[in-house]
Unconditional design. Structure first.
Length: 134
């Protein structure tokens, strides 16, 4: 019987307390969690780690999460990695922009760990289903 590989999650957020929540909660839930605190470090981590899913904050210095999501969608090497936006912004326009530019889901902060796990599980299951159907 072979062990199932842990799903790798990259959490991109410049807020230290959010990163601590992601790392602690998701590791306890059985995920391999990596943290990036800027768009630049996220790009490096994505190339090195090839995550199964990205949790992306919107409000970050240097480059916001929506423009980084759009950039990742336009790159054939990263276009298929699912991105779930996690943000304190809850207005309809921001949600619409996030989904328009390639996010597959959106969670409003503050994040409850159980809701985060449910969204991750739902997203990963949908991707597995699409792979099997193809």
């Amino acid at each position: 019987m072979s062990a199932v590989a842990k799903k790798r999650i990259l959490a991109v957020d410049d807020d230290a307390s959010a990163c601590e929540l992601y790392e602690t909660s998701l590791e306890l839930m059985g995920f391999d969690v990596q943290i990036a605190t800027s768009a630049r470090s996220a790009k490096e981590s994505i190339q090195l780690l090839r995550p199964d899913l990205i949790l992306m904050d919107i409000m970050m210095p240097e480059q916001d999460g929506i423009s980084l999501t759009r950039e990742l969608r336009n790159d054939p090497k990263t276009s298929d990695i699912p991105i779930v936006m996690v943000s304190g912004l809850a207005d309809a326009g921001t949600l619409q922009d996030a989904l328009l530019f390639g996010a597959v889901g959106y969670i409003v902060k503050p994040v409850e760990p159980e809701a985060l796990k449910a969204k991750i599980d739902q997203t990963l299951a949908a991707i597995e289903h699409r792979k099997k159907a193809a």
